[in-house]
Every structure is written in C-alpha cells, then in structure tokens.
Design a binder for this molecule. Sequence first.
Ligand code: HEC
Ligand code: HEC
Length: 319
Amino acid sequence: MTNRILLSVGLLAAGIVGGVVIASTTALHVSPSFPYVSTTAHQFAFKPRTDDQIPKTPFGDMVRLGENIFRDPQTYAAKYVGNDLHCTNCHLQAGRLAGASPMWAAYTAYPAYRSKNGHVNSYQERLQGCFRYSMNGKVPPLGDPVLVALESYSYFLAKGLPVGEDAPGKGFPALAKPAEPPDYKRGGEVYARACASCHAADGQGQSSANKVAFPPLWGARSYNWGAGMTNVKSAAAFIRANMPLNLGGSLSEQEAWDVALYIDSQVRPQDPRFDGDVQSTRKKYQNTPMSMYGQTVNGAVLGDPAVTPPSGTVPATAN
Ligand code: HEC
Ligand code: HEC
C-alpha cells in the first residue's frame, strides 16, 4: 500500500476517533444514525482523571512518565521492549477506556493470586508479565523506574475507586460461549472484510514515517505465545467490544470468536517459557481446548522453532 493510501486510511480512522470524542461529550447513544454500536462496557460512569489533572510535583512527573511509557514504550522503556506494540494498542485510550482492560480497574485489583504463575502477584509483578509476553521483551526488575512510573500512572487514574472490588468495566466484557465452535475459515473471511484494511492482509499492520499506524496482530513484531491475547476467549472478548476500531459491538459474537481463532492461528514469537518441546510446553502452559499453540495449521505446527521467531528480541542497541 502506498503512503498516500495509507495516509487516507489513517485520516479515516482519525475522523472516526474524532467522531467518538465529540459524540461522547454530548450523549453517545442518543444519535441513532451514529455508526458506533455501544456495548454496555463503555457506558460505565467511572471517569479516570485526565492529563490536565496531573499535578506539577515529583509524583506528577512519575505519572507523566508512566503515561509516556504506556503510549510509547519503544521510546521510554526501550530496553525492555521486543516488538512494535504499545500498551495503549490493547488498553485503549491510554488505559482509560472501560471494557478494554483499563488501568484504573487493574490497579485496585492487586495484589491478587494468578493461576498463570501460581502465587499472589503485586501490581509491579503483574506489570512485569506485560513486558515478558505482550511486549515480547525483557522483565524490568521490581522497583525499576519503568514499573514505578506505570504503577504511579495507574494509581493516578484509579483515584476514587474502592480497593479490592472488581470495578465495572474491568477487563473485557465476557462473551457467551459461541453457538458453533470457532472456525478458521469463517474467521479469515471476517478478517478480510473487517480488519485487513487497517491491520493489512498479512496481519503485519501498517506504518507511516517509521511510526506504527495500525499495530501488527501477528508475526515477529507482535505479542508472543505467552501473552493474554493468545487466549482465544480473551481475544474474542477484546475484539467484540473494541474492534473494528471505534465500531465495537458491530461484529456478531460468533464473528468475534471466529476472527479471534483466525488471529491466534498465525505465527508469532515463541513462548518465553518454551522448554525445547512444543507439545510439552503446550501441556505445561497452554493446555486449554481452544489454545492453538502446538496445533497444526496450514501444514505447520504453531510454536515449532522452525517457523517461530524467538521470544524476547530486544534490539542490542536499546540500552
Ligand atoms: C497485545 C495486547 C496487549 C498489550 C500490547 C499489552 N497488554 Fe496488558 N493485557 C492484555 C490482555 C489480553 C490482558 C488480560 C486481560 C484479562 O484476561 O483480563 C492484559 C492485562 C494487563 C493488566 C492486568 C489487568 C487486570 O485487570 O488485571 C495490566 C496491569 C496490563 N495488562 C498492563 C499492560 C502494560 C503496562 C502494557 C505495556 C507495557 C501492556 N499491558 C501491554 C493485552 C495487552
Ligand atoms: C479503522 C482501522 C481498524 C480496523 C478496521 C480494525 N482495527 Fe484493530 N486496531 C486498530 C488500531 C489503530 C489499534 C490500536 C488502537 C490504539 O492504539 O488506540 C488496533 C488494535 C487491535 C488489536 C490489539 C493490538 C494488536 O496489535 O494485537 C487487536 C487484537 C485488533 N486491533 C484486532 C482487530 C480485528 C480482529 C479487527 C477486525 C474485526 C480489527 N482489529 C479492525 C485499527 C483497526
């Protein structure tokens, strides 16, 4: 795609974003002609604080650094990042949007037990997992300014929420089980129709002037096989509530399941917990009926080192 076409797609997306911003300051759901089909997740009343409320103090500086990392970790946390994604690509509106796993709801939910690692995790430890898996990077040590900044930013957003209760809008709105088992072929059709214009037919996303305009959904520059988004259920829930961008709720539930399975049937960086054997790694860490890791798709075993980029590929120049 040429830069010119790419730019017009970008402007189109920006226009939609503008539409939502304007509409939401009035009342999103009163305009029947507005294309946005709101899911209940987006209607929760909690309003996280805005940038102009960040205090001009040393604490405020940390909050601002946290938001900068969240929006652009390649610049502000380069030595821990091994792909092209930003936190805000999945936690939309810089971690403020309900139903897109917002940081205010996350903050008040820790410390918490996680079955993923079998113990109670502090908030900083939860953040470490994001770097290891979603960012395909390296884990910042506890107490590292990168983690302190992200924690400060989340704390700032969460002001006014009760601690220890699941805030409405936390995570992604749950999806009912699909009527029919998710299907790769149907998912490919949804992808071509509703996703490829932005994320590209090959799933690698699109960049303009070295800036990622539309993030990669698979391939070496996307999240790895240990990431939460490789859970088809989580991906389906995220997609149904939030994609196509600003048209959340427009896919049917079945379409969301199908396209999530399609995305999670593609090549992506190795699970950093890989023990040298795909089936044994699947058994230890991915053993759910819907996980595609270790399954054969288009003649290749997903996770097979022969077709799988390595995990944790932080560039040597990032120090
Ligand atoms: C590829 C998408 C993606 C990217 C990029 C990503 N995350 Fe996440 N994140 C997820 C998913 C999926 C979950 C799990 C949501 C669930 O299952 O409830 C999650 C969960 C979290 C949670 C816990 C939320 C909760 O309610 O318990 C935090 C905190 C978090 N991410 C922070 C970050 C930070 C900080 C970054 C950037 C360094 C980041 N994430 C990058 C997809 C992503
Ligand atoms: C109008 C352009 C557009 C369309 C169409 C679109 N997306 Fe996205 N998508 C985006 C943008 C932009 C982001 C990052 C959002 C941000 O940073 O605020 C994103 C983020 C994502 C993410 C999380 C980040 C990542 O790289 O994994 C997933 C998953 C995703 N989209 C899936 C889909 C699916 C599935 C469809 C089709 C049903 C779709 N998108 C359609 C623009 C689009």
